[in-house]
Design a protein around this ligand. Structure first.
Ligand SMILES: Cc1ncc(C[n+]2csc(CCOP(=O)(O)OP(=O)(O)O)c2C)c(N)n1
Length: 553
């Protein structure tokens, strides 16, 4: 076996291996040569080479999102490291384990005019679960810091930073390991609910006639079926799920905005919950946030073993167990109480469904119509990755096949790494992966395509509405040169040449007939990755969406 000669690099590699952290994304550089040589020389590691560090980190995030295990990104010194920040922040807010290992110069070489050198220690401090600022030698102290960083990524589910100073020569190797690393084990802590708490919570449950369960981003199959059955059979319970919640039942309200946007003040008052229970990650719907901030429930419990945000300004309890444990422990102590909360909203849901279908059948080719068609044509059982901006918002308006798993970078809602994340996820998951993206998000992250690991059946559906369509929908839109240039960033770019450059199949659609044909072809060809670019009418899209909400009543 070949090892880097520098003992500190050996220690880092051995500790990663001992902890089962084996997916390593390496960006090129010289300072990180000891790590690169060591990781690549050991067949236990699966190493990926990605030049652009921003894409590399989002690619790693995609792998970690799917495997739910930490993934390592390794880069050289200087600004290379700073390009990890967008994915690092996303990992922090989305609770995805990511381990950044940066090579550095020794501290004596910082700020003395040496090349490719910046202040790397603690550079992600605001969003990092742990910063291991290593010293140059291999030592037990350094080992413990490396252990702590990796353990934190596992237990606290988030990003950590290990900064490793290396002095030249950097490329020398040895054939025997010179370090005997210290490994600190960690216990996963499972919090239990106390009996007293179960009594308090079930008492509140039993006296709340209107209980709203609102679910943000979750992994598929997080909730036991028997819990689902119990909840949907309780007339005092309404479950609202977001597209990224990956939790399905016919009685759930999956299209939150469709239900509540037309509400009058009276409807809102009627729908105001006594008890709000939330779990999962970030909530996408702005309207449900506005509703709950104005019509606050008496009690708001957020269930999450690690974290609770007071999103609606009324959080009364952070219940730090996993949602299954919570429901399994509390439901046996709950009673059914008389309530029409569930039935009333089901009537509204049925009406909205009728109006929704009527509206779709009469509108012209537009973003709205395209989402309807593209989402209903997705292959069953696929992995759907959504970019930010209006893509995720449109997706929330439609029913999705429950066999489809949905993900979106909602931690920071950035448009900067959706394609890279989707490719990482596609590499880590054997499922057919489809990315639906807007044009600005796609062009922003076009270096994502500079990646030799993209599965042949990977599909990108690019909805090109000539700019940031979301800004036409948001209040404040006026058709002025300032709007077009500085908000919408209007353009005439297409993906055709990028597809050529990166050897993707490429097709286009610009009306219903061509969309029908190109979607069929898209899923039929798997000889190489594909892009289907759909052109929609820039000036009509927002009007059609806004009119939709008017016609729901
Ligand atoms: C990194 C980053 N920069 C800027 C923004 C602000 N932003 C939100 S949506 C958007 C436009 C996205 O346009 P596009 O991807 O074409 O999607 P569309 O709204 O047309 O569906 C921008 C610039 C952001 N979310 N993230």
């Amino acid at each position: 076996m070949i090892y880097p000669k520098i003992p500190l690099a050996q220690s880092i590699i051995e500790i990663c291996l001992a902890k089962g952290v084996t997916n390593i994304i390496i960006s090129p550089g010289s300072r990180n040569a000891p790590l690169t040589i060591g990781f690549v020389s050991n067949p236990e590691f699966q190493c990926y080479s990605i030049a652009d560090e921003r894409c590399a980190a989002f690619f790693a995030l995609g792998i970690a999102q799917q495997t739910q295990k930490p993934v390592v990104v390794v880069c050289t010194s200087g600004s290379a490291l700073l390009n990890y920040y967008p994915a690092f922040a996303e990992a922090f807010y989305s609770q995805i384990p990511l381990i950044v290992i940066s090579a550095d110069r020794p501290q004596s070489k910082i700020d003395i005019g040496d090349g490719q050198t910046i202040r790397q220690e603690n550079v992600f401090a605001n969003h990092s679960l742990y910063n291991a600022n290593l010293t140059e030698e291999a030592s037990e102290e350094n080992d413990l810091k490396i252990n702590e960083a990796i353990n934190k990524a596992f237990i606290k589910k988030g990003p950590v930073h290990i900064n490793a100073p290396f002095e030249e020569p950097l490329y020398q190797t040895v054939s025997t390991l010179e370090v005997d690393v210290t490994i600190s084990v960690f216990d996963k802590v499972y919090n239990e609910m106390l009996v007293d708490d179960i009594i308090v919570y079930s008492n509140i449950w039993n006296t709340s006639k209107k209980k709203l369960i609102l679910v943000g981003e979750c992994y598929p199959n997080e909730i036991d079926d028997k819990i689902t059955t119990k909840l949907v059979n309780d007339n005092s319970v309404v479950v609202m799920t977001e597209t990224t919640s990956n939790w399905h039942n016919e009685s759930f309200l999956a299209a939150i905005d469709t239900i509540i946007t037309p509400f009058t003040n009276e409807d809102f008052e009627d729908f105001q919950p006594d008890l709000l229970i939330t779990f999962g990650g970030m909530v996408v719907s702005k309207r449900i946030k506005a509703f709950l901030r104005k019509y606050k429930p008496k009690h708001h419990w957020h269930i999450d073993p690690l974290r609770a945000y007071d999103t609606f300004g009324c959080l009364t309890s952070h219940i730090d167990v996993n949602p299954n444990d919570f429901f399994n422990q509390i439901l046996p102590f709950t009673n059914k109480i008389e309530s029409d909360y569930h039935i009333k909203i089901q009537k509204i849901k049925a009406l909205r469904k009728l109006k929704h279908d009527e509206y779709i059948s009469k509108i012209q080719f537009s973003d709205f119509k395209v989402f309807d068609k593209v989402l209903s044509d997705l292959p069953s059982g696929c992995l759907l990755q959504l970019s930010n901006s209006s893509t995720i918002r449109y997706a929330q308006l439609f029913d999705l096949d429950p066999t489809i798993d949905v993900f979106c970078n909602r931690g920071t809602s950035g448009i900067d790494g959706s394609t890279s994340t989707a490719i990482g996820a596609a590499v880590a998951n054997e499922k057919q992966t489809v990315l639906i993206t807007g044009d600005i998000g796609f062009f922003y992250d076009s270096n994502a395509l500079w990646n030799k690991y993209i599965p042949k059946n990977f599909k990108i559906i690019l909805i090109n509405n000539g700019g940031g369509g979301i800004f036409r929908i948001l209040p404040g839109h006026e058709e002025t040169p300032v709007f077009n240039t500085f908000f919408e960033t209007s353009h005439c770019l297409t993906a055709e040449n990028l597809a050529k450059m990166y050897d993707f199949n490429y097709s286009i659609a610009s009306n219903e007939t061509s969309l029908e044909t190109s979607l069929t072809n898209l899923y039929a060809q798997n000889d190489k990755p594909s892009i289907l670019e759909i052109f929609t009418p820039t000036l009509e899209n927002d009007k059609i969406l806004l009119q939709y909400f008017r016609e729901l009543v």
